[in-house]
Write a protein that binds this ligand. Structure first.
Ligand code: PLP
Length: 424
């Protein structure tokens, strides 16, 4: 049976053809509007980003790169990708940008492909210390196909142990060293890693997936010009669509491009590329600098308010968008707290803390962050209010009536803060 074709104006809406999915999307919208979203890797993309991402560009196949494609009909797509590439490179001050990786993990795989052969030695921050799976952790392909050596954080202050990383590098002579993290609340010293990499002749890769928005705004030091290659997601503090990007020095540009396509991927997701271009344009505006500064200011205020309420924070506070709470002294497991908070309309995730005596699936910590709440214009007052709610919920995590009452309060509170991309 062929579908009748009809003008777009008469085409049925999603709500008509697939009410189940349409309703789930509506419900997700409501949820994102009525809850306090503290997962530090999440955000609200703007309406402009959503529009570009939900466009007909997703109909196009474009294997290759602008003006070197394996398919015809690329006039618009070439222009879109060139804009995305140029905007990203200009924003970060990079020689070259590749915006085709499907997400952060594939971006990292392309870097492995470029600089290490299977079985060769690589180094990254251990997962329990705040590193990402793709930095060589054992359950990841990157820990299986490469000889992975993990550095960690210091026992005394839970900050990255640069001295130990240097010792390990001297001993194991890695081809590739990763720096960057997924659960680390402090500034990363890219220059220290550069000197370690130079000492052993390794390529230095900085993964700024979490902090790329802060880096673009100058709120966190940039690894550009220090690391050989820089990878990032585009959907965390960068506030674009789900995607990945790689920036590198000119000398590595050809190799990186070749490893993304045809090395690792087929056709680029052109709708995502357009969304990345829009996000890069937004991130170049003065307003975005203020936004990034507010993310950090909010994280510091929230951290202070939690400390005042007797919470232990890993490293004692934060320099960035993220806070790791160690609940050991509160006698509440991270998962129990995360589930109670979710029921109360405060969404975060449970997380291991450094040297966690508990299991990864039932750890001692909570990971929270301020990118999404800051996108809604919340400030210091709101952070103190959120700390008060977190405190109450963690203390009374088994009082279901209180959790439900809090969820109502939170939803009411959230109605005063417009959420980018959501019109209810
Ligand atoms: C989120 C993250 C990634 C992976 O991104 P996905 O888009 O989920 O594949 C890679 N590295 C770091 C440091 C991250 O935080």
């Amino acid at each position: 049976m062929t579908m009748p074709s009809m003008p777009a104006s008469r085409e049925p809406l999603l709500a008509d053809t697939d009410p189940e999915i349409a309703q789930l999307i509506k419900a997700e919208e409501r949820c994102e509007f009525e809850t306090i979203r503290l997962i530090p890797s999440e955000n609200y993309a703007s309406r402009a980003v959503l529009e570009a991402t939900g466009s007909v560009l997703l109909n196009k196949y474009s294997e290759g790169y602008p003006r070197k494609r394996y398919y015809e009909g690329q006039r618009q797509v070439d222009a879109v990708e060139e804009l995305a590439r140029n905007r990203v490179a200009a924003l970060f001050g990079a020689d070259h940008a590749n915006v085709q990786p499907y997400s952060g993990s594939p971006a990292n795989l392309a870097v492995y492909m470029a600089f290490a052969k299977p079985g060769e030695t690589i180094m990254g921050l251990a997962l329990p210390a705040g590193g990402h799976l793709t930095h060589g952790w054992n359950v990841s392909i990157t820990g299986m196909f490469f000889n992975s050596v993990a550095y960690g954080v210091r026992r005394d202050n839970h900050r990255i142990d640069y001295d130990h990383a240097r010792d390990l590098a001297r001993q194991h002579r890695p081809k590739l060293i990763w720096c960057g993290a997924t659960a680390y609340p402090r500034i990363i010293d890219f220059a220290a890693f550069r000197s370690i990499a130079d000492e052993v002749g390794a390529i230095l890769a900085a993964d700024i997936a979490h902090i790329s928005g802060l880096v673009a705004a100058g709120v966190h030091p940039s690894p550009i010009g220090i690391a050989d290659v820089v990878t990032s997601t585009t959907h965390k503090t960068f506030r674009g669509p789900r995607g990945g990007m790689i920036m590198c020095k000119a000398e590595h540009a050809k190799l990186i491009d070749k490893c993304v396509f045809p090395g690792l991927q087929g056709g680029p997701h052109n709708h995502t590329t357009a969304g990345i271009a829009v996000a890069a344009h937004e991130a170049a505006q003065p307003m975005f600098k203020a936004y990034a500064r507010n993310i950090v200011a909010n994280a510091k205020t929230l951290a202070e308010a939690l400390l005042d309420r007797g919470f232990d924070l890993v490293t004692g506070g934060t320099d960035n968008h993220l806070i790791l709470i160690d609940l050991t002294r509160k006698n509440v497991p991270g998962k129990v707290a995360a589930k109670a908070l979710d029921r109360a309309g405060i969404v975060c995730n449970y997380n291991t803390v450094p040297f966690d005596p508990r299991k990864p699936f039932d750890p001692s910590g909570l990971r929270i962050g301020t990118p999404a709440v800051t996108s809604r214009g919340m400030g210091a007052l709101e952070m103190r209010r959120i700390a008060e709610w977190i405190d109450r919920v963690v203390q009374k995590h088994d009082d279901e009536a209180l959790l439900d009452r809090t969820a109502t309060e939170v939803a009411e509170f959230c109605r005063s803060y417009p959420a980018p991309g959501i019109a209810l």
